[in-house]
Design a protein around this ligand. Structure first.
Ligand code: GCU
Length: 128
């Protein structure tokens, strides 16, 4: 794994569980968000210097409905109801990318479900 990859199963999970029953994940599993608004996963990442970074979230959504999430960085909103659209199957994983502003040193990145379906299954995030 790349040092810029952060596995969801190693992050701080609020209202979700680590599972491994849908193939194609990286690491040892993925997070299955509870099906409710507010369930979230929070990563702590280190940045060598302050400035913009490309944040990539790897997910699967085997339903026919979107699973949007708010993305916050150090408590500030970086994306409002970012779409995590259906991927066709829980074993079909894809990525969603956005630009975020990081501080030098430790940063928290949180992905919070905004609809009653909860978040998609989240495999990992990557920073580049
Ligand atoms: C199914 C699926 C889970 C998924 C869940 C959901 O139960 O097996 O992996 O997280 O649906 O709707 O979120």
């Amino acid at each position: 794994p790349s040092p810029t990859d952060f596995q969801a199963e190693d992050a701080v999970i609020s209202q979700g569980v680590v599972e491994s029953n849908h193939a194609g994940f990286t690491g040892t599993g993925f997070v299955n968000y509870d099906n409710l608004v507010g369930s979230h996963v929070e990563f702590t990442v280190n940045a060598a210097s302050a400035g913009p970074a490309t944040l990539t979230l790897r997910f699967a959504n085997g339903t026919t409905a979107g699973r949007p999430m708010d993305i916050t960085v150090n408590g500030a909103q970086a994306a409002d109801e970012l779409a995590f659209d259906p991927t066709g199957a829980w074993t079909t994983w894809t990525t969603r990318t956005l630009t975020v502003q990081l501080n030098a040193g430790a940063n928290t990145i949180r992905a919070t479900a905004t609809t009653a379906g909860g978040g998609p299954n989240l495999d990992r995030i990557s920073l580049g």
